[in-house]
Unconditional design. Structure first.
Length: 255
C-alpha cells in the first residue's frame, strides 16, 4: 500500500455556477511523505483545487484520489479523515470552550472514546508543543498558538495528507519559526498553499505553480524560485534581498 500516492489529481477542471472557470485540467501527484508547496497568484485556482481534495467541491471534470480512494460521495467520510485542511484563520477551526475539547471534537465525532480519546488529544497537542494549554480557552491564546492548536485538531484525525492554507500568514518571526520546526517534524504528507516563498523554500523540497487554472511549473523549489522569468510571468515575488541560490533547502534528501 505504501506505493499509493497520497494525492493523485487527473484532468481536474471546474467552473463555478456563475460560469467562472477556475481549473482547466490540473494533473498533480504527491507521493506519500512529500512536502509540496502550491504557489500562484491570487485567483489562480489554488483554493478551488484544495476544496476538491476533501469533496467540499465536486462535479468538475477529471478525478481526485486520496491514498488510492476516489473522492466521490460514497467515500467522503473516509476521505475527510485522510485529508486534514488547516485554514488560514484558526478561528474558523476553534469553537469549543477549551483547547482539549477542540482537539477531541473530530476523533470523538468518529467514535473515539474514553482513555483512547484522551491519548489521541495528548499526542496531537504534544506534536505541536501545546500540551500545557489543554485547559485554556482558545481565545486566550496568541494567534500563533491558536494556529498550532488548529494544526493539532487536524493531526488528531491522523490524516494521510495535511493541507495548509497560508500557514505563515500573520505570524511573528518566532511563531513562524516554531511552526516551521513543527511542520518539519511531522511524519505526514504536506501540501502547503502559500505566498510566503521563503517559507516554501524552507519547508518544501518541491513546488508547483498553479496559474490561470493550470499547473504552469513543477520542480524543486530552489530551481523554481531562481527562475526570474517564470516568477515574473506568474506574479510571484521574492522578498527584497532573498536569494534562493544562497539558501539550499535544509537536508534536501529528506522526504
Amino acid at each position: 500500500m505504501s506505493f499509493v500516492p497520497s494525492l493523485e489529481v487527473r484532468g481536474l477542471a471546474y467552473a463555478y455556477p456563475d460560469g467562472h472557470q477556475a481549473l482547466f485540467g490540473v494533473d498533480l501527484t504527491v507521493e506519500r511523505g512529500e512536502r509540496v508547496a502550491l504557489l500562484g497568484p491570487n485567483g489562480a485556482g489554488k483554493t478551488t483545487l484544495v476544496l476538491h481534495l476533501n469533496g467540499i467541491l465536486t462535479a468538475g471534470a477529471g478525478t481526485v484520489s486520496v491514498a488510492g480512494l476516489p473522492v466521490e460521495p460514497s467515500n467522503l467520510a473516509g476521505i475527510r479523515r485522510r485529508v486534514g485542511i488547516v485554514f488560514q484563520d484558526p478561528d474558523d477551526q476553534l469553537f469549543m470552550p477549551t483547547v482539549r475539547e477542540d482537539v477531541a471534537f473530530g476523533p470523538a465525532a468518529s467514535g473515539v472514546r474514553g482513555e483512547e480519546l484522551e491519548a489521541v488529544v495528548r499526542r496531537a497537542l504534544a506534536q505541536v508543543g501545546m500540551e500545557e494549554y489543554a485547559d485554556r480557552p482558545p481565545h486566550h491564546l496568541s494567534f500563533g498558538q491558536r494556529r498550532r492548536v488548529a494544526v493539532a485538531t487536524v493531526l488528531a484525525m491522523e490524516p494521510e495528507i495535511l493541507v495548509l492554507d497560508e500557514p505563515s500568514s500573520n505570524l511573528d518571526p518566532a511563531s513562524r519559526r516554531e511552526l516551521a520546526d513543527i511542520l518539519r517534524s511531522l511524519n505526514v504528507t504536506v501540501l502547503m498553499v502559500t505566498h510566503d516563498l521563503p517559507y516554501a523554500m524552507e519547508l518544501c523540497p518541491r513546488s508547483v505553480i498553479l496559474s490561470e487554472g493550470v499547473i504552469a511549473a513543477d520542480a524543486p523549489t530552489g530551481e523554481l524560485l531562481g527562475d526570474e522569468e517564470l516568477m515574473r510571468k506568474h506574479r510571484l515575488e521574492l522578498p527584497f534581498g532573498f536569494d534562493p541560490a544562497a539558501r539550499p533547502t535544509r537536508n534536501p534528501g529528506a522526504h
